[in-house]
Design a protein around this ligand. Structure first.
Ligand code: ADP
Length: 741
């Protein structure tokens, strides 16, 4: 048992001076705090479900004669996302009248020791924990605005391509799921499954990873450059060569089609994933290109050598075509194509990436444009990797249109970063995108939404048509398929289970590295962790919070109900009550949520131990990861979560709910089955105040009472390898599995 010693950072942190105290007068503090606000309107999809939504943990893949899921009686009512918040406010106000609950130490019921195999890559499907969480889906919203006047010209396609010559019941265009060994024999096509009425037994979610080979010199990247490479661009941003890996898989040509890319177009983790994965794939000798929209709000200061590369791209749209220009540029060494449509629809010149009524149409257009560009420019990638509902139509375009125009080689991997947003819209989308046989496409086996028979579901299209589907952690893959977290896609995931799995995201170690991070003033590593506390002081100075012995608990993320808003709010007050400081950085496209956090900010503005920053601020987020002692991630559901991975890299101890990727990456200091030196944070199970307090309370107690132990947890977290090394290999294995050999 360690002796009680001062908290870990007391050597560096000077006690607060009276002068400094004066500095924090309310007026001055408000003035400075308000300076750096940046409101970023950020939103995910606009869903237009019009039938009651329900958790589908109970659902069974229907036969053709079955009643539609939407026609069944829903077993719970739709719930508006912000209802959680209202309830939380009421609860909080009620509890504020009482004294804050006394902490009852460590609550075993919330973090029981697990007696499971310590296999790090857990196959969780056999772990059928009945989580209390029942996710809800956004309520119905009006269909997206009709496309306004367009710059159209007659479609360049022969008639037979526009309406492909396949009968309405023909599913031959849907790619056969490709899986290793026995998976192939167990395979059923969607139509087989539906006609036989077979209910696929819940399958373990597969982890498609081969053990890494012994590292040796990796082959040089193929020089397959298909476009002019501005020499200035190459000099400006040398290719990072942080680490090399051997691979027995021959190099591939991979195209990522994505709505987000860090740091030029970032809303959430998807942006980081596309950048980090592409970087890793190139380091391993593959040729990677990224296609994204040319938003007006791109961070152009991070694009090198931007130049026009294809000036005359006509993209089929509503029976005509829209003229587009394609630009090429490097984003920190990654080769990127930016598509700019010239149309009065003004798809990507709106000041932000998401948040518009016609989001589904905007991204359907982008995906069609990306495929058209690949075809017209003669590109023939081995793999097309698309992400989330925004680009989920890529495989249907490939296998229903471009295959018949000669693009027979590429195979498609589809990654789902968030099941909550699926891109559900009216059937006019089919007409817009040139999928001209509504009765064929709007079929339960293909695009028809599992709830609403009059809507199409883009994410479902991605699942049905892709050669392989991943989500971003094995735990979440299982939760989505078997535990009601698929937001209605459970039956579809069951039907396509042989081509479905989970890969935990990595983080880009060039971007997130406390030893070289250019956004933090004091660099440090596991061997000189004391330097971290100099960043803590800088963070305090910047946010005008007191310089004292207290630990800083932080939250960084989207202020979305998914992130556990009521628990975040509760954590603010609980931390202050337990002699901690709280720093929050986040924003929401939802006005109600935003104004709620603005009022919380005003309420706590004069508190010297708290700072709430509403907005998106990449630079500040780095300083918070480096300066905070703990990061809080109390999500309702979390497909992977990057904030806890980044925090651990910076020696900031995560306090997380045991769900999704959080459960796959954070292991409780007191109760984990892992050896002591692999325990890297605090975990709670129940989504309620006492669950949160059980973990946060233990972390705060440890910080004060056993600082040496706390320091060990920090170091354990820093020693974990959350780079793209392992997930990069996993994705290569998947690509290799599905590629045309
Ligand atoms: P999600 O993808 O659900 O938004 P993740 O945890 O996977 O959540 O990824 C969030 C990423 O976005 C992290 O890199 C985090 O640092 C960043 N981020 C989220 N909100 C903000 C913000 N307000 N300012 C700066 N970075 C943010």
């Amino acid at each position: 048992m360690a002796q009680k010693t001062p908290p870990p950072d007391t050597k560096v942190d000077a006690p607060e001076s009276p002068k400094k105290g004066k500095l924090r007068k309310a007026t001055e503090k408000s003035a400075r705090k308000d300076e750096s606000r940046t409101e970023t309107t950020r939103s995910k999809a606009t869903d237009v479900r019009s039938s009651p939504e329900t958790s589908l943990g109970r659902a069974v893949p229907p036969t053709k004669s079955d009643t539609l899921p939407s026609e069944k009686t829903p077993d719970h009512k739709p719930e508006k996302d912000t209802a959680h918040l209202a309830a939380a406010i009421a609860l909080e106000e009620k509890s504020a009248r009482k004294a804050l609950p006394k902490v009852s130490g460590e609550k075993r019921e919330n973090a029981e020791p697990k007696k499971k195999s310590p296999d790090a890559k857990i196959n969780r499907a056999d772990e059928k924990k009945q989580l209390k969480l029942v996710p809800t889906v956004s309520p119905a919203k009006p269909a997206e605005a009709e496309a306004s006047s367009r710059d159209l010209k007659k479609s360049p396609y022969p008639e037979e391509i526009q309406s492909a010559p396949i009968s309405d019941t023909d599913t031959s265009s849907i790619p056969e799921p490709i899986a290793a060994g026995d998976a192939k024999t167990a395979e059923q096509t969607p139509s087989e499954a539906t006609t036989t009425g077979a209910t696929p037994a819940p399958e373990p979610v597969r982890q498609y990873s081969k053990p890494l080979e012994k590292p040796e010199e990796s082959p040089e990247p193929e020089s397959v450059s298909l476009e002019p490479v501005p020499p200035s661009a190459i000099q400006a941003e040398p290719e990072p060569r942080a680490h090399h890996h051997a691979s027995t898989i021959p190099s591939m040509y991979i195209v990522q089609i994505t709505p987000e890319l860090a740091p030029v177009a970032k809303v959430g983790g998807l942006a980081d994933v596309v950048f980090g994965l592409s970087n890793e794939l190139e380091i391993r000798g593959n040729h990677v290109e990224i296609i994204l929209p040319k938003y007006d709000c791109l961070r152009y200061d991070h694009i090198w050598g931007l130049c026009e590369t294809y000036g005359d791209l006509w993209v089929p749209w509503y029976g005509g075509a829209i003229h587009c220009t394609v630009y090429f540029g490097f984003v920190h060494g990654r080769k990127c194509f930016f598509i700019e449509p010239h149309s009065s629809d003004n798809f990507f010149n709106r000041g932000s990436i998401y948040g518009f009524n016609d989001d589904v149409l905007r991204f359907a257009f982008f995906t069609r444009a990306a495929m058209e560009f690949l075809w017209k420019s003669g590109k023939n990638p081995d793999i097309i990797h698309c992400h989330d509902w925004q680009t989920a139509l890529a495989p249907i375009f490939l296998f229903e249109i471009y295959k018949f125009l000669g693009m027979t080689h590429p195979r498609v991997c589809f990654t789902i970063h968030n099941f909550k947003h699926q891109g559900v819209t009216g059937t006019q989308l089919l007409q817009a995108t040139g999928l001209n046989r509504p009765e064929y496409y709007c079929h339960y086996d293909r695009l028809r939404d599992n709830f609403n028979p009059h809507a199409v579901n883009l994410m479902k299209a991605g699942v049905v048509y892709s050669n392989f589907v991943t989500t971003v952690s094995p735990r979440h893959a299982s939760e989505a398929k078997d535990q009601g977290q698929g937001f209605g896609l459970e039956p579809t995931l069951h039907i396509h289970h042989v081509k479905y799995g989970g890969v935990v995201n990595g983080i880009d170690y060039n971007m997130w590295n406390p030893e070289i991070d250019r956004y933090i003033p004091h660099h440090y590593g596991v061997d000189n962790i004391e330097e971290k506390y100099k960043n803590k002081k800088v963070l305090r100075d910047r946010l005008m919070i007191a310089d004292n012995e207290k630990p800083i608990v932080a939250f960084v993320g989207r202020l979305d109900p998914q992130k556990g808003l009521e628990l975040i709010r509760h954590a603010v007050f609980y931390t202050l009550h337990r002699r901690g400081q709280f720093v929050l950085l986040g924003s929401s496209p939802d006005g109600q949520i935003n104004s709620y956090f603005w009022s919380l900010k005003h309420q706590l503005n004069d508190n010297p131990d708290c700072h709430i920053e509403i907005g998106f601020n990449e630079e500040l987020s780095h300083l918070i990861y480096a300066g905070a002692d703990m990061i809080l991630v109390p999500s309702q559901f979390e497909p992977c979560g990057l904030t806890q991975l980044i925090a651990m890299r910076y020696g900031t101890v995560p306090i997380v709910r045991e769900v999704g990727g959080l459960a796959d990456t954070v292991f409780d200091k007191d109760y984990s089955y892992k050896p002591l030196n692999e325990r890297n944070g605090y975990v709670f199970r129940d989504y309620d105040y006492s669950g949160l307090e059980s973990a946060l309370g233990r972390a705060l107690s440890c910080y004060y009472d056993y600082p040496d132990h706390f320091r060990e947890v920090m170091k354990n977290a820093m020693r974990y390898d959350f780079s793209w090394k392992n997930p990069g290999q996993d994705y290569l294995n998947i690509y290799d599995l599905i590629r045309e050999k």
